[in-house]
Design a protein around this ligand. Structure first.
Ligand SMILES: C[S@@+](CC[C@H](N)C(=O)[O-])C[C@H]1O[C@@H](n2cnc3c(N)ncnc32)[C@H](O)[C@@H]1O
Length: 192
């Protein structure tokens, strides 16, 4: 089942809506144990810069063939041979990855779906102990040039409620990811 969206604008415009280097910095890639997984990679806006910061494998998934093809081609052109992009409906079929294998899962601009718990549960399943789910989404407190309707955008509490019982804990606070986004991190395992 595809997460509803308002249609992706063209790639250059989509990229202009993020401070991509600041978001990559926020991920603290120096601390990440590969592999990295991205659910709903879209144009590969984050796939490429994040994959460039890890020496390990990067598994990206999208339900749209055109997005998969675009990300594959961009990764190929960039010489990122450890980026594997698969056409897959992760809500209906999961990622197919081994349990407790990943160090970082990216859920970027995808958790406005009522099915967000399915995505969080799959991310938790594949995360190793102390692995991280990084979430970004559109801010609710200001008008933004794109993004789903304000009422469907999740906030921190919505995500924590959806993650209840999934062996995840929040690390740090919410981060402002200017101009239009915010982010939070969930860590696998119960240790403080
Ligand atoms: C709003 S875009 C965000 C793309 C990217 N994460 C970013 O922030 O630039 C959401 C992406 O998730 C993909 N998607 C939606 N439902 C999905 C599903 N069930 N399984 C995998 N990908 C999905 C869409 O095709 C789309 O490319």
């Amino acid at each position: 089942m595809k997460v509803f969206d308002s249609g992706m604008p063209d790639e250059a415009y989509w990229q202009s809506l993020f401070d991509i280097p600041a978001i990559v910095d926020w991920l603290n890639m120096d601390r990440v144990v590969p592999p990295v997984v991205e659910i709903g990679c879209g144009y590969g806006t984050f796939t490429l810069p994040v994959a460039g910061k890890t020496a390990g494998e990067f598994y990206a998934f999208d339900v749209e063939a055109s997005m998969v093809e675009r990300t594959r081609q961009s990764a190929g052109r960039a010489g990122l041979r450890k980026v594997h992009v698969d056409l897959r409906d992760v809500i209906d079929h999961g990622t197919g990855l081994e349990p407790e294998s990943a160090g970082l899962v990216l859920l970027f601009n995808i958790l406005h779906s009522p099915e967000r718990r399915i995505l969080l549960a799959e991310a938790s399943r594949i995360l190793r102990d102390d692995g991280v789910i990084a979430i970004i989404h559109w801010r609710k407190d200001i008008p933004t040039p794109r993004g789903p309707g304000i009422e469907s955008r999740p906030d921190k509490q919505t995500i924590l409620d959806s993650a209840a019982g999934l062996d995840l804990r929040m690390e740090g606070g919410e981060s402002a990811l200017e101009p239009y986004h915010w982010g939070m991190r969930l860590v696998k395992g119960r240790r403080p």
